[in-house]
Design a protein around this ligand. Sequence first.
Ligand code: NYM
Ligand code: MG
Length: 207
Amino acid sequence: MDRGALIVFEGCDHSGKTTQCKRLVELLEQKRIPVQQFRFPDRTTAIGQMINSYLSNKQDIEDHAVHLLFSANRWELVPKMKVLLEAGTTLIVDRYAYSGVSFTAAKEGFSIDWCKQPDCGLPRPDLVLYLNLRPDAAAKRGNFGNERYEQTDFQAKVMKNFHLLKESYWKEIDADKTEDDLAAELGEIVLNCIPTVRERPIEKLWC
Ligand code: NYM
Ligand code: MG
């Protein structure tokens, strides 16, 4: 049985990740390619609900502890992700461990290296689509909301961290274009990627 591809979207807020994930799922469905969408944090689980109350400022959680909760929220979905991948379903994932590391490492006293440890061994994406948007272009797309981390100076640190995490299987995409143009560009990249992973084993992230 040919496996599906694990495709992750990363990028700063307002870069268009969520919209483009949805467009991509629609495209694959149209082409009858088995696909399922994931998003992290997945706020529907018990751990995800703790993360949600933290992000919406209803609850304070110590910085190391919340980092581990974000990671645990990925690990709890791994069995489901693996079953789907092995059954030939392509997964389109809105944020992953790179957001986990980039956001926590933007806080005082956290190294990139420490932040990576809990996510070591997660299924390694076949492709990371990093949507790159300058902060001024992102700002034009709307104001930040009220969630924790949604401040310009913090986001600038997050963006620097993302750039430190780039690997060979990342594609950096200029997101400063129309939704349709971006969707067409991403669609082509993903349709080319899926057939190339069919017989490749699923690798482990950061180890
Ligand atoms: N975030 C997301 C983290 O701090 N660590 C993580 O591991 C992940 C996956 O949560 N500001 C942050 C990034 C976002 C926030 O994400 C919620 P979204 O995509 O707005 O639901
Ligand atoms: Mg958000």
